[in-house]
Write a protein that binds this ligand. Structure first.
Ligand SMILES: *[C@@H]1O[C@H](CO)[C@@H](O)[C@H](O)[C@H]1NC(C)=O
Ligand SMILES: *[C@@H]1O[C@H](CO)[C@@H](O)[C@H](O)[C@H]1NC(C)=O
Ligand SMILES: *[C@@H]1O[C@H](CO)[C@@H](O)[C@H](O)[C@H]1NC(C)=O
Ligand SMILES: *[C@@H]1O[C@H](CO)[C@@H](O)[C@H](O)[C@H]1NC(C)=O
Length: 404
């Protein structure tokens, strides 16, 4: 090894080691500059944020002033960064109607009526507004996720919601239509109203936004479309998940907890009943109580319990005693009564909401006497959006946008 160059302690370090140290130092400086650069970038951008004014009008912050400085304080670059402005694909929400609170709105749905007109318009004391798909997406973008648990009524609920959000009400909006080969039996049989009725359509029911991610498109005959990109343009697409079960005992609290931990502003919609003799005590013990205990840990989470639908005359006669309107009404009243009682026991705690769909379905036509098709599915979805729009104002949750 040669004589050390330079003087002092540094000079005593061998040249090889000094070179290595210089290279490492340069690396550290480079990474630090990169971090500072990225941080400035982050601070000067306004990605996906609307102002949380909580009253339904919000602005996209279109301009951000910024400056980047070098070490020593010399301004390297400064100016006004232009953001794209309001996303043209995000329709603004309708002016908010202050006629009723979220709770009053659901009460007006419970007592609503079609005034004796079969399949006629459903009337409620509070205003029932028809949201466009884009407006509905805007309302849901204020929440982190929509989680639905239950039996066939809940599956249809999700199908109706997807049909509305995708603005696809004549075709297969509630189905994973991108998986259906054109001209196939499913393609021919599962459009519009039929999508709710046909058992053949069930294998492609759209039950979660997870279905819409690119990872879904593995089957080689299918075009690798990014469906999520097309979903709720302009708005942060809501996460929707649903679980279908024959038994309330199967509600998976740990799974639900794992979602709520990352999605605290969620809406839990759940109901169950037909698969074990409309036993309200069982639903209360195994579904409502555990869900409620979990939801209490997340104060921004909203619970909505779903009632059972009314039955129609075309229901097969053998079910009259076990699933007729008498026992359905009794079941609904017991669930509703217990929820009212639970809420009264704890003033100051966010209530459990009860979405009673008996009257909403009473004068509607059903294809099998107990399940309803697209029109009722869309109405159930519209009621939900009307409720959630009022609720988000009460909670101060603002819609969230994306730039793409
Ligand atoms: C449903 O509507 C009828 C009138 O058509 C009304 O008497 C009844 O109370 C309503 N149901 C509920 C739960 O309020
Ligand atoms: C909402 O849409 C439904 C179904 O198309 C229609 O029957 C109803 O009259 C509409 N309501 C309003 C208030 O426009
Ligand atoms: C929904 O689809 C209809 C045609 O079916 C179209 O006229 C309307 O503009 C669409 N709305 C949105 C918000 O995309
Ligand atoms: C609560 O549920 C129980 C059992 O299901 C029922 O017997 C009771 O009547 C319900 N309470 C109310 C207030 O409806």
């Amino acid at each position: 090894m040669g004589r050390p160059a330079g003087v002092g302690l540094w000079g005593s370090v061998p040249a090889d080691t000094r070179r290595t140290l210089y290279i490492q130092l340069a690396g550290i400086v480079f990474v630090t500059l990169l971090c500072v650069h990225n941080l400035l970038e982050l601070l000067s951008s306004d990605y996906g944020r609307g102002s949380a004014d909580g009253v339904g009008s919000w602005v996209w912050r279109a301009e951000t002033t910024y400056s980047w400085t070098n070490f020593g304080g010399r301004v390297k670059e400064s100016g006004v960064k232009k953001e794209p402005g309001p996303n043209p694909e995000a329709a603004s929400l309708p002016p908010f109607n202050l006629d009723c609170t979220a709770a009053q709105f659901l009460e007006s749905v419970a007592t609503g009526s079609r005034n004796g007109v079969r399949d006629g318009p459903f009337h409620t004391d509070c205003q029932l507004y028809n949201y466009t798909s884009s407006e509905a997406c805007g309302v849901l973008s204020s929440f982190d996720s929509i989680l639905v648990f239950g039996e066939s009524h809940e599956r249809h609920f999700v199908q109706g919601l997807f049909s509305l959000l995708r603005n696809n009400t004549r075709g297969m909006g509630g189905l994973q239509n991108w998986r259906v080969p054109p001209g196939s039996d499913v393609d021919k049989q599962c459009q519009g109203e039929e999508a709710f009725e046909e058992k053949d359509c069930r294998w492609v029911v759209l039950t979660t936004t997870d279905h819409m991610g690119p990872e879904t498109f593995t089957a080689d005959e299918l075009a690798p479309l990014n469906v999520m990109h097309e979903f709720c343009p302009g708005y942060l697409p809501p996460t929707i998940k649903s679980i279908y079960s024959y038994k309330p005992e199967r509600v998976n609290i740990r799974y639900t907890n794992s979602i709520l931990a990352h999605h605290p502003r969620s809406v839990l919609l759940y109901g169950w009943g037909f698969h074990a003799g409309l036993d309200s005590a069982r639903a209360l013990q195994y579904l409502i109580t555990p869900m409620d205990q979990l939801a209490q840990e997340y104060p921004e989470t909203t619970q909505v319990v779903l009632s059972r639908h009314s039955a129609q005359a075309n229901r097969p006669e053998q079910y009259e005693a076990t699933q007729g309107n008498g026992i359905i009404r009794k079941y609904n009243e017991e669930i509703g009564g217990n929820i009212t009682w639970m809420n009264e026991q704890r003033p100051g705690v966010r209530p459990i909401y009860y979405y009673d769909m008996y009257n909403l379905t009473k004068e509607a036509s059903s294809f099998d006497g107990s399940h309803y098709g697209l029109r009722v599915g869309l109405l159930k979805a519209q009621v939900t959006i009307n409720f959630l729009d009022r609720l988000r104002h009460e909670l101060g949750f603002a819609p969230r946008f994306t730039k793409f």
